[in-house]
Design a protein around this ligand. Structure first.
Ligand code: AMO
Length: 443
């Protein structure tokens, strides 16, 4: 933004976020990408419209695009959405560049509803405009910073190559019923549930790859943690010695992301009243069976021993336990049962009923799944047949292994989930620019 040195004269272009007329003049609050700028109108201020004609302050309204010329003064501004708390602009001239075509612009400041659900519905129904609310702008700014930190860290510090893979696919990679079917010139195809096959193929080419792209899940249930389209931060790396290498990479990556968000988004974190998560050098790591045991022995949950997955109450309880005992907002859970994981997961040679796979939980929510993958064509064929899958439907994928692949593994982080967890936002939809859920495909 412009140099806002006290005493200097500046020209600032932006949208009018608010106008407050007082007896002596008033305030025009200008919206910029990183917050609001307070400008003070006095008798010396002048106003012109799009045609250069003189107008008055009363002719200004919210969401006009304007250029304001003024002098920077010291101030004491309490609004946490303000770009600067210690300075404001004394207005010399306001030039209107364009104006909304209605006088009843959607009010994104006065989102006062009785209950959270009505508020969210209103926000999402009018998302194209309510996104201009400083709080929503801050959430998505943090999200954009997370995505950039992810890409920068992997490419600059870990030698990864960014790839771009198709989202129209011939087979779902993750199995299950939550795949969107689509007609493709008379043939049934699918929207990619994840880039799993293609990122593994990428390892055969570049050894280490990542992708930032949408993933599609036909989840029929409306929950605060599921979207039907979400952004997946995918990582896949070759020549690993075990899933521990993958978990160590994710830990380093998360440190880099947290550092970047802290340094680049201090304003947004303050506005959202968010505290960044505690991430120790070594993240508490337990097998799934150990988590059931710990929680049962500590009387933190019902008895879930012997179950194939974590119950949501266990996800919350083990995160609280890790924070209280180890000062960590993150927990790795490993060794999920084979029948509960996708077919590409490497079974544990020590106990083939388990997989060398993990989830990363943060503040009570799963933000990542990952693990070591099978790298032998034979093993894939056997596992597919055991599961009643037809290997012929996966020819191109199996051909990759037939033609040689290193031991490899990877993980995926849901961008909306990690953003919501960082910011303590209860519903992941608020961390999506235009959320898609079972009832919503517009705006
Ligand atoms: P999984 O299916 O667990 O694993 O997804 C990985 C991560 O993606 C996010 N996620 C979602 N976010 C919002 N809405 C959804 N419906 C949704 N589904 C998943 C979560 C989750 O942890 N191929 C594997 C990853 C891997 O092993 O590399 C996969 O897709 O944060």
């Amino acid at each position: 933004m412009e140099d806002f040195t006290i005493g200097s004269t500046v020209h600032v272009s932006g949208m009018i976020h608010n106008v407050r007329v007082t007896k002596w003049g008033g305030f025009i609050i200008l919206r910029k990408p990183r917050g609001l700028v307070q400008t003070v109108v006095s008798e010396q201020s002048s106003f012109v419209n799009e045609h250069g004609e003189v107008i008055s302050m009363a002719d200004l309204c919210r969401e006009m695009a304007v250029t304001i010329t003024g002098t920077v003064h010291e101030a004491n501004i309490k609004d946490p959405a303000a770009c600067f708390n210690d300075r404001e602009l004394a207005v010399e001239k306001v030039e209107v560049l364009s104006r909304p075509s209605t006088t009843e612009v959607i009010d994104m400041n006065a989102l006062k509803f009785g209950d959270e659900e009505t508020l969210l519905r209103y926000k999402f129904d009018n998302r194209q405009v309510t996104l201009r609310n400083p709080r929503d702008m801050a959430i998505l700014k943090v999200q954009s910073t997370i995505a950039k930190a992810f890409a920068d860290y992997l490419s600059e510090h870990e030698d990864f190559t960014q790839i771009f893979t198709p989202k129209i696919v011939s087979e779902g990679a993750e199995g299950g019923a939550n795949v969107f079917k689509m007609d493709y010139f008379g043939k049934q195809v699918y929207l990619a549930q994840s880039p799993q096959f293609y990122k593994q193929i990428g390892v055969g080419v570049y050894e280490r790859v990542f992708e930032i792209a949408p993933a599609y899940r036909a989840e029929k249930h409306a929950t605060s943690r599921h979207l039907n389209e979400y952004i997946s931060l995918d990582v896949e790396m070759g020549f690993i010695h075990g899933q521990e290498d993958v978990m160590a990479l994710e830990t380093r990556l998360l440190h880099a992301i947290i550092d970047r968000v802290c340094t680049s988004c201090a304003h947004e974190l303050a506005l959202l009243n968010a505290t960044m998560p505690a991430l120790p050098e070594s993240v508490p790591t337990w097998r799934l069976s150990e988590v059931h045991e710990i929680l049962f022995n500590e009387h933190l949950t019902e008895d879930h021993r012997g179950e194939d997955d974590l119950a949501p109450e266990e996800e919350r309880a083990i995160c609280k336990y890790a924070l209280d005992k180890f000062g960590s907002d993150f927990v790795f859970v490993t060794h999920f049962p084979s029948q509960h994981r996708a077919f590409y997961a490497m079974d544990d040679p020590a106990d083939p009923s388990l997989t060398l796979s993990f989830d990363l939980l943060m503040r009570g929510l799963e933000i990542t799944s990952g693990g070591q993958r099978i790298h032998s064509e034979e093993m894939y064929r056997e596992k597919m047949i055991r599961r009643g899958m037809n290997p012929d439907n996966f020819r191109f994928y199996l051909d990759t292994f037939k033609n040689g692949m290193p031991p490899h593994g990877g993980f995926a982080i849901g961008l909306e989930r990690i953003t919501a967890c960082f910011l303590n936002i209860a519903n992941v939809k608020e961390a999506s620019m235009f959320p898609r859920d079972i009832n919503r495909v517009a705006p």
